[in-house]
Design a protein around this ligand. Sequence first.
Ligand code: ZN
Ligand code: MN
Length: 485
Amino acid sequence: MLKPTIGLEIHSELKTKTKMFCGCLNDPDEKHPNTNICPICMAHPGTLPVANQTAIESVVRVGLALNCEIAQFSKFDRKNYFYPDLPKGYQISQYDLPFCKRGYLKIGENKINITRVHLEEDTARLQHDPKGNAALVDFNRAGVPLMELVTEPDIVSGKQAREFAQELQLILRYLGVSDADMEKGQMRVEVNISLAKGGERGTKVEIKNLNSLRSVEKSVDYEIRRQSELIGEGKKINQETRGWDESKQETISQRSKEEAQDYRYFPEPDLPPVTFTQEQIEKLKSTIPELPQQKRTRFSKEYNLPENDITVLVSDKELSGYFEDVVSELLGWFKDENKKVSEEERLKAFKLTANYLISDLQSLLSAGGFLMKDLKITAENFAEFIKLIFEGKITSRVAKDILAEMFNSGADPSVLIEKGGLSQVSDETELEKIIKDVILQNPKPAEDYKKGKEESLQFLVGQVMKATKGKANPEKTASILKNII
Ligand code: ZN
Ligand code: MN
């Protein structure tokens, strides 16, 4: 039985105001090339770097969130290599004394160990002329703070590799240290993978340039298949770097890697060592918010929501925060009105809130390309809206219209109902009149129902809903229909 051994190397651009070693803006959205540059990030002779404190603290916070040991003494090192996107001829990175080491992240029941998390600088961006005649260099990205995380080879499948990357991405967002958008290259994943019989060591293949979580999973699955086949045929695995071909859904050989490159690391002489006291580390620890996994556990306990709902809510820090704001409004309402709300009804209201946030609100947001931060509906108004449904004052059909209107204008739902006459037809005499009309117009289904055909009742309820433009209460309608027929 062949066993896959998988380790990840993940780079993430940090969301700081300025670059790592100079005062240039760190703006990933800057469209004009070579705008945010200066002699330091262009590596002019005689310039000196100054380390960005926020970037250092961000990496330490990531380390703390990932249960790492934080180095009280560390330093930067030069990693020497030549490439056109690296104006200095070396990258300032960290070698033997990274800020964070020996951590772990739990993925389900499995603990994935983290070797290290260190800080370095990003390179410039190369743009290749499609005709292949030239390469253009944009230095806006040169010197942007870049975090590098390396895991132990504890991962065993494509799915687990994706889950790790996805959970890390979420943690970085919760900490506010990176947007970690893979499409924009803000988070880049490299995979090291080998296959061997238990106890033996396989040949390591590296997969680079994975720019989506999906491609992380797919490329690992592909490599497991490809390497198993080769080994099965008695063939040798080449130690090489491979890329992911999205259109073919396969990895392709890019270059063979006979031996490790020698970067001639040495301590960066232009930067002083970095030290942290225990108090400083404790202080940073106190800035770590509730992390996704803790939040999932708490949501499950407090709101008893299904796992899928929790996953969706927690995958967006703002959405889960909004959910709790709405819930706290509802709890206040239950208390104020001195309502005798049973635990069961309470949970029903939470589930109702989750449903409308996850399905209806999310589709309104995504249809307009909006994010939670663009939302005009206050938590108070959203809770108001949930109350109307909870108390049966509006049907789900009417709720859809109201929510859409609230979404567009941010209006108070009660005001909308008064203004637009959207509330339910709850006046029984009025409803009875409409129902009688419907029966007169549909004698056959009414007759069929009398003979015991249950579906006919549903049809008649549908007709009443149509006549009232969805404003009738379906249960009440059904019971009146039964009485009359
Ligand atoms: Zn600069
Ligand atoms: Mn690196």
